[in-house]
Structures are given as C-alpha cells and as structure tokens.
Design a protein around this ligand. Structure first.
Ligand SMILES: NC(=O)c1ccc[n+]([C@@H]2O[C@H](COP(=O)([O-])OP(=O)(O)OC[C@H]3O[C@@H](n4cnc5c(N)ncnc54)[C@H](OP(=O)(O)O)[C@@H]3O)[C@@H](O)[C@H]2O)c1
Length: 306
C-alpha cells in the first residue's frame, strides 16, 4: 500500500510508548506520513518526524504543526500520566481544532467509562463535540496489555529474578490484548474514509488468569514461573517499592480488585472486525519476548512483607 500522497501527516502523541511506537511503525510501513511526539526527542530521533511535545509545556504544543507545515490529518492521543490529566488534554484538543484538526482518536482503557475520571472526561468531551458535528472521533478502550510483562520493570524484575508473577486478582480472567493489535485498530480509526464516531472495547482473544500467564511463561522459558496472589495492600506496597506515586499505586490496587471480582472477564471480536486479522495470542508474544526474562545478575529481592 502506498499512501505517500496521503498528506497531511498524522500526529501520534506518546509516539515512543508501548502502543504509540507500534502505531508510528504501523503507519510508516504503510507510507502514511506520521509525526511522533513525546518529551524525549532523543527517543524519537530514529524516526524522521520525531518532535518534542510535552502536555505540560504549552510552548511545545505548536511543534507538531510546525513540523507538518500545516494542519494535521488526525491526532492519536495517549494521556498525560498525571492523575487529573483531563483539563490539559481538552485544552489541547481545542488548540488542535483551532489549527484545523478534525479527527481525534483517544487511547482510554476498558476500565474507564465515558465521563469517568481523567481520560473518561476526555472521552465524554470528544463524544459531545462529535454529537455537535464539530469533530470526528474514536475512543479505544483496550484491556490489559500483553506487553506489560515484558516492558514494565514491575513484572520484568519478578519474572527474571524470582520466577514469580505478583497480582491481587486471585484466579480472575483477563482478555490480555497485544499492543500490536491496539496499534492496528488505532491506525484503522485514524485513516478510515468514514469517521468511526464511536468507542471500541479492544479485547484479546483468550481469557487468561495470572496463573495461566505463569503457566505459559513456564513453557516458553523452560523454568517454573509461579503466580503469587497478594492482598490488595501488599500489591500496592510492591508497586510503591518500584517508585510508583501514591495515587497511582492506589489506583492499581483498585483496578486489580475489580478484576478479582470479574470486571475483565469477557472478550469480543473488535480486533478481527476492525482490522481483518485475528488478534494475537499471549504465547506468541511470550515467545517473541522471551530473551527479556532470561535471568541476569541476581539482584536484591525487594521484600514487601517487612
Ligand atoms: N498498560 C496497560 O495494560 C493499559 C491497559 C489499558 C489502557 N492503558 C492506558 O494506556 C496509556 C499508556 O499507553 P502506553 O502504555 O502505550 O504508553 P507508555 O508506554 O506508558 O508511554 C507513554 C508515552 O507518553 C509519553 N509521555 C509521557 N509523559 C508525557 C508528557 N508529559 N507529554 C508528552 N508525552 C508524554 C512517553 O514518552 P516521554 O516519556 O518521552 O515523554 C511515551 O511516549 C495510559 O493512559 C493507560 O491508562 C494501559
């Protein structure tokens, strides 16, 4: 597919992150012009159109428009990680609309309804603007990422150094989704001729508990990986020991508790329907990422039970 004439470019905020980097790659490989935005220019230097953008530094907000030398075709939004990110994100949406952007695709989460906290407010805002015919929009609500196990220090360290996986979800099931599939859905929503103007729950193909994940990792790595089911408080303490701010580790405790009571126990065919490709299984990801979990130098065990 050659989309080199498909200008103007698409802006991917969070373009160096788990989903954003895959989305930039997905769009680039199909020759869509793309601008990857994040605070750290050094991480985007590998991409021709990496620019500095910081949600919390207004002086950087014009950078993508300068790089595009005009309006943008669409904007993919990964939230600012601060807890009350909604006001700043809505302000940027208005800023981009003033500069001619019509289509916005927001990455939210399966746990956040329209009108819910933080990104949920941005979801409601886009929907409201859409109902007034002022924007084209989509909100992606992915479940938990398969890539968490290979990209988040919390999981990498315990799998690598302790052959353990910690959660507070008991034996509850989750339809783990591949970030590759989220990126493919995002690309569809950003480039489809007809505007989506809806939200999508983006769920993976199989319902797996943390113990099921541990069993798959056991097979792939050839050593026993054990799921340790913690209390909510002990899980929060573990996240805290990794430097997670209080608001965030409390939110993680709440999310894991809701999973424990079945909030993620469902799947759907959104990925297949939207992209035409079957969603990826966790074992496939685990096989491709297994070098990450090879034991290295033994590091000090973080004792959260002290
Ligand atoms: N992980 C999951 O299982 C899961 C599940 C459902 C939904 N989600 C949602 O997905 C989102 C995170 O997506 P992700 O995991 O793909 O991203 P990520 O890997 O956490 O990366 C975050 C991206 O945002 C950039 N960034 C951070 N602070 C920024 C700032 N102040 N201004 C501009 N850019 C900034 C980062 O680059 P720099 O640091 O260089 O700026 C990076 O490119 C969150 O909203 C989360 O709630 C996650």
């Amino acid at each position: 597919m050659d989309n080199r004439d498909a200008k103007p470019p698409i802006l991917v905020i969070g373009g160096t992150g788990t989903v954003g980097s895959r989305l930039v790659q997905h769009l680039s490989s199909r020759c869509y012009p793309v601008i990857a935005a994040s605070r750290s220019r050094s991480q985007t230097d590998g991409h021709d159109h990496g620019i500095v953008f910081d949600w919390h530094d207004h002086s950087t907000w014009s950078n993508p428009f300068r790089a595009a030398a005009g309006p943008l075709r669409a904007v993919y939004i990964v939230a600012s990680p601060v807890v009350d990110s909604a006001p700043i994100m809505m302000e940027f949406i208005d800023f981009a609309r003033d500069k001619g952007v019509r289509r916005f695709v927001l990455q939210s989460s399966s746990a956040t309804e329209s009108g819910g906290p933080a990104v949920g407010k941005v979801h409601a805002y886009l929907r409201e603007l859409g109902q007034r015919g002022e924007v084209d929009w989509a909100v992606l609500r992915p479940t938990w990422f398969q890539q968490n196990f290979g990209e988040q220090p919390f999981y990498i360290k315990s799998i690598k150094d302790e052959s353990r996986l910690y959660s507070a979800t008991s034996d509850a099931k989750i339809p783990w989704v591949s970030a590759d599939d989220i990126a493919a859905v995002a690309a569809k929503c950003l480039t489809s001729p007809d505007p989506p103007n809806t939200e999508y729950l983006v769920l993976g193909p199989e319902l797996l508990s943390y113990s099921d994940i541990a069993d798959i990792l056991t097979k792939v790595l050839g050593r026993k990986i054990v799921h340790v089911d913690l209390s909510r408080r002990d899980l929060e303490k573990r996240h805290q020991s990794f430097g997670m701010p209080e608001e965030s580790f409390k939110m993680m405790g709440a999310l894991q508790t809701s999973i424990k009571f079945g909030s993620e126990n469902r799947t759907n065919d959104a990925i297949l329907t939207l992209t035409g490709a079957a969603p990826k299984m966790f074992a496939e990801y685990a096989e491709s990422a297994k070098a990450i979990w090879e034991p290295g130098d033994p590091r000090k065990h973080i004792d959260v039970y002290a």
